[in-house]
Ligand binder design. Structure first.
Ligand SMILES: Nc1ncnc2c1ncn2[C@@H]1O[C@H](COP(=O)(O)OP(=O)(O)OP(=O)(O)O)[C@@H](O)[C@H]1O
Ligand SMILES: [Mg+2]
Length: 276
């Protein structure tokens, strides 16, 4: 008998296929053999994606861990000689710990999303005030970057989970800063409305080619140029943002012209007086 033999071969049209083969005699000693072929191409592809993901994720987790342990080792050496810490040591460690916490948080969110377990707790939130806070945080992390917030007209109250919306905006700002040159500015614009409130994150970087627009919000999508492939990232920021916004009953979209930057547009349902 043959049990669970995986065979990779090609279909007549040249496409690849993975077959699971099982064979057994119908009766002991009988001449008739039962051969079963099962097409497991989908499962094999899933396995491949999963293992690719594991390797990318481990690599990303190691990125903050390596400097963290170096800084720690240095600090321990100094401490053992009775010397003071170099200035900025704790802050540098804190930055790496923060990055690690974010990464683990993203991985947890993705796993929750997959199981339909990501819970949002919407209430009335002022999107303009929330955005101002997040923009300020980013501005502090990258003081040399001009990130501006403009509120065009009110009301800007939305029915949303502030923690989740903060996450969405942080993911968009993170991209806007990561995928654009150092000197270029980023604008956040909010336009209030009766039914929904619109938020745009506008950057002036490399932009995105038309053909990737559809895959942008897919899990693990990291773009098609080696410029972005060389930068750190799991390809999960936009996937998570998209899922969160959809759960709110809102929309997220990208407008872009290659070479002229990207504009990500989010709409969220306006808070109705009776929802409070
Ligand atoms: N503002 C932008 N300008 C140019 N390309 C972008 C922009 N935002 C996203 N992209 C492209 O879309 C890809 C997917 O973005 P996403 O935020 O989902 O993942 P990531 O930034 O690669 O990793 P992560 O957000 O998980 O750290 C990016 O790798 C990049 O190629
Ligand atoms: Mg990102």
């Amino acid at each position: 008998p043959v049990e669970g033999l995986e065979v990779r071969t090609e279909r007549r049209d040249g496409s690849r296929v993975t077959l699971l083969v099982n064979a057994a005699r119908l009766q002991n000693g009988a001449r008739t053999v039962l051969l079963a072929f099962q097409d497991i191409t989908g499962r094999a592809e899933l396995d491949r994606l999963r293992s690719e993901f594991m390797s990318v994720a481990s690599h990303e987790l190691r990125t903050p861990l390596t400097p963290l342990s170096l800084i720690l080792q240095r600090a321990l050496r100094r401490a053992s000689r009775g010397e003071l810490l170099e200035s900025g040591t704790l802050e540098r460690m804190q930055r790496q710990v923060r990055r690690l916490t974010e990464l683990v948080g993203t991985l947890l969110d993705v796993s929750r999303l997959e199981r339909g377990k990501l819970v949002i707790e919407p209430r009335t939130v002022d999107l303009a005030a929330l955005s101002a806070q997040i923009v300020e945080d980013f501005q502090q992390q990258a003081p040399q970057r001009a990130i501006t917030l403009t509120v065009h007209r009110g009301p800007t109250l939305v029915h949303a989970d502030p923690m989740r919306i903060e996450q969405v905006l942080a993911n968009l700002l993170d991209n806007a800063v990561r995928y654009t040159p150092e000197g270029s500015s980023v604008e956040v614009e909010i336009t209030g409305g009766e039914e929904s409130v619109r938020l745009e994150v506008i950057d002036h970087g490399m932009g995105l080619p038309h053909e990737v627009r559809e895959r942008l919000f897919d899990r693990f999508f990291r773009g098609i140029t080696d410029v972005t492939a060389r930068l750190p990232g799991l390809g999960l920021g936009l996937y998570v943002a998209h899922q969160i916004v959809e759960q709110h009953g809102g929309t997220i979209d990208c407008k872009s012209e290659p070479g002229k930057g990207c504009t990500f547009v989010i709409t969220l349902p306006a808070a109705k007086p009776e929802t409070e």
